[in-house]
Design a protein around this ligand. Structure first.
Ligand code: NAP
Length: 212
């Protein structure tokens, strides 16, 4: 097993694995900056991007097919040595539940890793509606990425209702001014999206004619 990158040589410690959960429709620089900031702030060994297969609580009806979102995530992360992309949720049929992913990963890594589930703060606010929310919280640290100025008051109510104190860390990410919703809207309105996301992803969207 690889040592944590802050361990002295020869010592064996738990791997610290970031799980970057999202629909990534499409992936953009806000996501990449979030993952990079989490990697450095929490001393993670790697960040695994986990595109959701069929997002459980998704409201917008025209989500791109899972395989296309997976390909864009691979393109976007290809330059980083500490980012990986998993097919775990892409290959699992039915709605995507984070608890299933965590249980599968725990089975793969046994007791050799601890997990940091990273996603948007708004998604975490809905955690009460997630399948086995308590199990998710008990098996992962949660990193909730916020835009600057985000009001954290809603989280206190969520914590009260859960009856257990979730290990939620907040990470303020300026680049989250970028959003997938805005990118999709901009394409539809024929506005530029270049430089909001990696060039390879931009070219792939244009080539395939997504979001028009
Ligand atoms: P969402 O509701 O589409 O996203 C809510 C907000 O968070 C949006 O502003 C979104 O911005 C942002 N966001 C999403 N992923 C992010 C990330 N990795 N880093 C930074 N910001 C992010 O959320 P979602 O994509 O459906 O779900 C997010 C994660 O929670 C996924 O892993 C999903 O599987 C999990 N989840 C699990 C359950 C369950 O187990 N029942 C239910 C709901 C969600 P963008 O639109 O720009 O990404």
């Amino acid at each position: 097993m690889k040592n944590s990158r802050h361990d002295a040589p020869g010592t064996r410690h738990l791997l610290k694995i970031g799980l970057m959960g999202g629909t990534f429709d499409p992936i953009h620089y806000g996501h990449l900056v979030t993952a990079e900031q989490a990697y450095h702030t929490f001393g993670l060994d790697s960040v695994i991007f986990m595109p959701a297969g069929t997002p459980a609580l998704k409201h917008h009806p025209e989500i791109l097919p899972r395989e296309q979102r997976f390909i864009m995530t691979v393109i976007a992360t290809s330059n980083s040595n500490h980012f990986e992309v998993s097919r775990l949720e892409i290959d699992r049929p039915g709605p995507t539940y984070t608890v299933d992913t965590l249980m599968e990963l725990k089975d793969i890594y046994k007791d050799q890793a601890e997990f940091y589930f990273i996603t948007g703060a708004d998604a975490i606010l809905d955690i009460l509606a997630w399948r086995d929310a308590k199990k998710v919280i008990m098996n992962a640290n949660i990193i909730a990425a916020t835009r600057p100025g985000y009001d954290l008051v809603h989280f206190e109510q969520v914590e009260k209702k859960l009856n257990i104190k979730p290990k939620v860390h907040f990470l303020e990410v300026s680049a989250l001014a970028i959003s997938s919703t805005d990118i999709r809207r901009r394409v539809k309105q024929k506005k530029p999206i270049r430089y909001l996301l990696p060039d390879g992803v931009y070219r792939y969207i244009m080539k395939k004619g997504f979001y028009v």
